[in-house]
Design a protein around this ligand. Sequence first.
Ligand SMILES: CN[C@](CCCC[B-](O)(O)O)(CCN1CCCCC1)C(=O)O
Ligand SMILES: [Mn+2]
Ligand SMILES: [Mn+2]
Ligand SMILES: [Mn+2]
Length: 292
Amino acid sequence: MAKPGTEHGPDALREGGLIKKLMGLGLDVHDYGDVGTPSHEDDHHFDLPVKNPKHVATASENIAADVYNVIKSGRTCLALGGDHSMAIGSIFGHSLAEPEHVVVWVDAHADINTPLTSSSGNMHGMPLSFLVKELQPYISKLPGFEFIKPCLSAKNIAYIGLRDVDPGERYIIEKLGIQSFSMSEVDRHGIKDVVEKAMHYLDPEGVKPIHLSFDIDALDPSLAPSTGTPVPGGLSIREGNYICEELAATGRLTCVDIAEVNPSLGNERDNLITVNSALSIITHCFGGRRQG
Ligand SMILES: CN[C@](CCCC[B-](O)(O)O)(CCN1CCCCC1)C(=O)O
Ligand SMILES: [Mn+2]
Ligand SMILES: [Mn+2]
Ligand SMILES: [Mn+2]
C-alpha cells in the first residue's frame, strides 16, 4: 500500500461505534472479522514497478472468498479497507455471487491504471484495470492474480467525484467510454442529476445489483483528512450522504466498500473527523435517512 496505516482503518471504524450504529438502524449485523492478509517478504515484481503484488494478490483472493460467502448467505456485504486495492477482491467476489452487478465508483481518483500506465506502482491506483474485460490485453499477468477472471465491462462502471486522473487513466476512460461524473459535472449539474444519470446509464431497467466502492478521499479533505491521497475540492458530506441514500433506496445495494481510511495520518482530531464522515457514509448506505 502507498502509505502504511490503512490496515488500521477497520478497527478505527469499529472503535468509532460502527456496529452499534448499524444495529441502531434495526439491522441484523454480523462482524465477520478481519480478512487474512499474510505479508510476503520478497514481495516485488522484477520487471514491473508494482509494489507488494503478492501481498495484494493473497489479500484479494481472501477478500473475494469472504465477500462471495457473505452475499451468498443473503446479506449485504460491507467491506472495510484498507487500501482501495481491496476492491479487486470485493468486486470479483461480488461478481461470483451476482454476475450482473454494476459498479458505482466514488473517488477523487479513477483507480484504473494498468501496471504499465501507473507512475507510482501503487496498486491502490490500479484495481479496476484488473477487472475490466476490455483492458485485459494490456494487463501484465502478475503472479498470484491467476484466480481473477475479468468480470466487468466498461459499461458497468460509473465514476462520481473524480478530480485527480492520470493521463493514462484519462486515455483508458475515453477509449472505453466509461461514464465519468467528475467534480466538474457535480458542480455543473448537481448531485441529484449526477446520481440519476449514473443509475439510468448503468441500469435503466432498475434491476441490477449495485456495488458501491466508496473511497473516503472522494469527500473533501476537510471531511476526510486521515487518508493517503487527499485532493482539494471534494464532495460535501451532504453529497456523499445523498449518493448513499439514493443507492440504498433502490433496495439493490449488495456490496459496499469503504476504502482509504488511514488513522495513522493526521492527528487525533483528523482521525475523529474522518471516522465520523465514514460512519455517516456507511449508515446512509444501510437505511439511515436524514429525514428520519
Ligand atoms: C491518480 N493516480 C495515483 C493515485 C491513486 C490513488 C488511489 B486511491 O485508492 O486513493 O484512489 C497518483 C499518481 N500520481 C502520483 C504523484 C505524481 C503524479 C501521479 C496513482 O498512484 O496511480
Ligand atoms: Mn492507498
Ligand atoms: Mn480509490
Ligand atoms: Mn482516491
